[in-house]
Design a protein around this ligand. Structure first.
Ligand SMILES: [Zn+2]
Length: 496
């Protein structure tokens, strides 16, 4: 008989500073339908670059039986209400109870999920799954690189595996790794022993890009540890800095075959390696105009401004107007802002129709901090329903649904206006509208790192810039109230 492996996912990155356009400051069950699949709906999975697809592929490749639970995913936003958290989690547990006995459980959990009453919602999920399957059934979870791993999570699971890339192009790869570890565990070839360390570091996003130093040095260190005898998995989580609760921070996990003390010594070594280099992971803020000057002196176009503070993927509103205003006032053309979240203007443009002029007050509607709306008399260059397929590599094959969408232009300044909050990860949506990004000189993407998946190959130069917006990377400016411990670089503590 093949080993029966339950596979499930409840994925949410929770932003303590999230601002949602015209919406309450909490999530509900309905938000967990960005992706929602149950049971037989897993049958068609296995090909896309997601963690769940990687689980499905890995379980099949290792000749194990897939026991599908559910996959619920919500876009980054505020904490979910307690009652709705209970519905989602209990639905997963009900399916698990109905499937018993199982030989192992693989879960995709973001790793920085908070619910009303649970700062560490992922830890609570792992704790409940453990209580259903008992202490002898292997339980392995895979997390986003931006996870805030906790002691509760490490105690509940046999192994925690974290992505290593930003943009997260290794989602399926890390999930396959977890499935292979599961296969070796259920066949008693490996006995995972895990050690965990939490590091009080607020890591700057610009220092998480694995293609460049210093992050490439850290990935090399992980590979060196991977190669040591008996090591079966090594991971680092860089944290999600906008959750504003005591779970926030970087973390280290090392899993060794059958030797807990060895796992502890490697985790300590890796933790110290990161901590001693803590200055590496922090970067001073950069203004858009300073970035433009640097890019022009390099002469490498298009200059891409990654507006990390208004990254919709990170929970921001996506309607900050500072860079659009800069492009227009300084006549920086041809240029584009991708994407401005403004459902009213998108609808206005759709109603006006392609080729016609519209007078709009664009963006700047979520909160005063993001700047006032920009007045434009723009031509509608294209409109769409905002449905497209990501080209990848990150999210290759995943369907995007951005709602009514319009491409507007005024005097060489282009804006793609969307209705739903999503960050630009590749060129697919622009291409579907007919906008060729490679012909632009200046591009603002409301994204921190994932845009590199598709925009990296066309970029002349890339700058992560800071604007007034809800996901500021100037940590001193964020209204933290619940950190619960001293965090570098807010505090220069000597120990961790
Ligand atoms: Zn992430």
């Amino acid at each position: 008989m093949l080993p029966r492996i339950a596979v499930g996912a409840i994925e949410h990155e929770t932003c303590g500073f999230a601002i949602r356009n015209n919406a309450p400051s909490e999530l509900t069950l309905a938000d967990f339908t960005r992706v929602y699949r149950e049971g037989p709906e897993f049958d068609t999975l296995g090909d896309a670059n997601t963690i769940v697809d990687g689980f499905v592929r890995g379980v099949r490749q290792a000749k194990m039986e897939l026991v599908p639970l559910l996959w619920a995913n919500a876009i980054t936003g505020p904490p979910i209400r307690r009652a709705d958290f209970e519905v989602v989690v209990e639905r997963l547990l009900d399916r698990l109870r109905a499937a018993l006995p199982v030989d192992g459980v693989l879960l995709s959990l973001h790793g920085s999920f908070a619910a009303q009453d649970f700062d560490d919602a992922d830890g609570e999920i792992l704790r409940r799954v453990r209580s259903v399957v008992g202490s002898d059934t292997p339980l392995i979870a895979v997390h986003d690189l931006h996870c805030n791993l906790t002691q509760l999570m490490a105690e509940a699971a046999d192994a925690l595996v974290v992505e290593r890339t930003y943009p997260h192009v290794d989602m399926a790869e890390r999930a396959v790794h977890a499935a292979e570890l599961m296969a070796a565990t259920v066949r008693a070839k490996v006995h995972p022993r895990m050690a965990f360390r939490s590091l009080p570091i607020l890591w700057s996003a610009a220092c998480m890009i694995d293609a460049e130093p210093p992050m490439s040095d850290l990935v090399a260190k992980l590979r060196e540890i991977d190669a040591r005898p008996r090591v079966v998995s090594a991971s680092v989580g860089v944290g999600y800095q906008w959750i504003d609760n005591p779970t926030v921070g970087a973390s280290v996990v090392v899993v060794v075959d059958g030797d807990h003390e060895l796992a502890e010594s490697y985790a300590e070594e890796l933790g110290q390696w990161i901590w001693q280099r803590r200055q590496w992971w922090c970067r001073e803020p950069l203004s858009p105009s300073a970035a433009i000057s640097q890019g022009e002196s390099l002469g490498k176009f298009p200059i891409i401004l990654a507006e990390q503070g208004d990254n919709t993927g990170g929970g921001a509103s996506g309607d900050a107007t500072e860079i659009l205003r800069l492009f227009m006032q300084s006549r920086l053309t041809p240029s584009a802002v991708l994407y401005m979240v403004d459902p009213d203007v998108a609808l206005q443009a759709v109603e006006a129709g392609v080729g016609n002029m519209v007078q709009v007050h664009l963006g700047g509607k979520s909160q005063p901090m993001v700047g006032p709306p920009v007045e434009m008399l723009a031509r509608v260059r294209a409109i769409s329903h905002g449905r497209f397929v990501y080209e990848g590599p990150m999210w290759a094959g995943v369907v995007g649904e951005l709602g009514p969408t319009a491409w507007l232009e005024q005097d060489g300044v282009h804006v793609v206006v969307v209705s739903e909050r999503h960050q630009p990860m590749d060129l697919a949506l622009c291409r579907s509208l007919g906008l060729d990004c490679s012909q632009l000189r200046y591009i603002c993407v409301k994204s921190t790192g994932h845009f590199r998946s598709g925009f990296g190959p066309i970029a002349g130069s890339i700058f992560n810039v800071d604007t007034a917006s809800s996901l500021s990377h100037d940590f001193r400016r964020l209204p933290y109230s619940r950190l619960g411990r001293k965090m570098f670089p807010l505090h220069d503590n000597e120990v961790w």
